[in-house]
Design a protein around this ligand. Sequence first.
Ligand code: CUA
Length: 164
Amino acid sequence: MDIHTYEKAWLGAALVLIVFFIATVTYGTVGAGVEMIDDSGGTVDPNNLADHERFGDPGVEQVGENEYEVNVIASAFFFRPGSDQRGFDPIRVPANSTVTFYVTSSDVIHGFSIPGTNVNTMVIPGEVAELTVEFDEPETYGLLCNEYCGFDHHNMEGTVEVVP
Ligand code: CUA
């Protein structure tokens, strides 16, 4: 009977160790993943974006002489603003400006990428991705979701107009 009890105790201890190892590996993976995600903009309640100071009325805001902030909500399957082909405003900022994007998601994980610039991040519900870029020359850029987010992922796109 005593041996049986010891056996059980050792089995229990082994189980605890296994769970501990799995937790360590999982935690390590999550930790490594988080480093790749730009969540420097803080957190947000994805179910209550309408009441948020940034995302209640997303769009372009001038915050300095040549400085702009652009608040964007990514949703399946559009950017607001950005997806002009879906009826939203394009993102329009002046040339020779410093632009900080604050992007969050209202539903699932999306991407926010402006090919030709250094803007490329994952957009996670509950987190705000913050990226700053300088636009020197007038140019029209595309805006893409580069994280698979559902059946219409490949049409989740938009336009960034850098105007004179
Ligand atoms: Cu949103 Cu892919």
